[in-house]
Design a protein. Structure first.
Length: 306
């Protein structure tokens, strides 16, 4: 099922057709409040009352022209101003290929720098979202350059990649902000762990390494990006054993998934941030969300028939 869904995510033929189907548009509502940024902002305001922060991402990737990259950067600059004007505790998560990474790396770095500068004016962080393994090394290298100029830059690392433990050690001297996720692309066994047990074990090891760095005095910001509550509880127990408080890390989950747990964890005193996606280019992102967990397919079907 996972391989089929990831194949569907890559299919240009399906990408052109499925988003126009009313049933598909109804199903995607589980994972995003709407395509317009206003819908995302309104949802973030509702979360604020529940002591849940927000992380915004405009869906889309692999733009083909620099004009599109420029427009995306301008959109995000405006969104940062809107977030600040509404007093929302919100941050950005941006894919580099949205900003022209396939075309001009220096242009992409310039755009990320502008976003980080604007976010710093409002006291927030801009996260560099991670894409497939074809971009990993270039993305980590770009983050190193970005972080040297902007302290408020964060990066997403994927636990299913075998290289990630080395990437964590590589970045720790920078006092980075790291969002640790499991990974949602179809990667070969030569470079990625394929079984759930292996991915979970590596995730826990990476989180423990980050907590250890925090306990040793590194100013690393740790974001635990998973819906696996059992894994979160294991990480929290390890943090407690190291003498770290609940504020030593934050929990980041996707909109529409484990909302009961997001509210419970926030009420228990953890920092919780909900990633809210929006935009019309939702198809590949949505299919990867379904592939992450078989239960998501059942939930999507319930949205269609409910």
């Amino acid at each position: 099922m996972r391989r089929l869904l990831l194949w569907m995510a890559r299919s240009a033929w399906l990408r052109e057709r499925i988003p126009h189907l009313p049933l598909a548009r109804r199903a995607v509502r589980r994972f995003m409040p709407g395509e317009a940024p206003e819908a995302a902002l309104a949802q973030a305001e509702a979360f604020r009352g529940q002591h849940i922060g927000s992380l915004f991402t405009r869906l889309g990737e692999n733009v083909g022209r620099l004009e599109e990259a420029d427009a995306t950067a301008q959109h995000y600059l405006g969104l940062l101003d809107d977030i600040a004007a509404r007093g929302i505790p919100g941050e950005l998560s941006v894919k580099l290929t949205q900003l022209g990474f396939d075309i001009d790396e220096e242009c992409t770095l310039s755009h990320m720098g502008r976003l980080a500068e604007r976010a710093a004016q409002h006291g927030g962080v801009v996260w560099l979202d991670m894409e497939s393994s074809a971009y990993t090394e270039r993305a980590v290298a770009l983050y190193e350059r970005l972080k040297a100029q902007h302290a408020n830059a964060g990066i997403c690392l994927q636990a299913y990649l075998r290289r990630t433990a080395a990437d964590v050690q590589r970045l720790l001297p920078l006092d980075p902000a790291i969002r640790l996720v499991k990974g949602a692309y179809d990667e070969p066994a030569a470079i990625a762990y394929r079984s759930r047990r292996e991915v979970d074990a590596n995730y826990a090891a990476l989180a423990i390494a980050l907590l250890g760095a925090r306990a040793a005095g590194r100013a690393v910001r740790i974001a635990i990006g998973t819906h696996d509550v059992t894994l979160i509880e294991q990480i929290a127990a390890h943090a407690d054993a190291l003498g770290l408080s609940q504020q030593a890390f934050e929990i980041q989950m996707l909109y529409g998934i484990r909302m009961d747990q997001q509210r419970r964890l926030a009420t228990a005193g953890y920092q919780v941030r909900d990633l809210i996606a929006y935009g019309p280019a939702w198809y590949p992102w949505y299919m990867r969300r379904l592939a992450e967990r078989p239960a998501n397919v059942i939930f999507a079907l319930r949205q269609i028939v409910g």
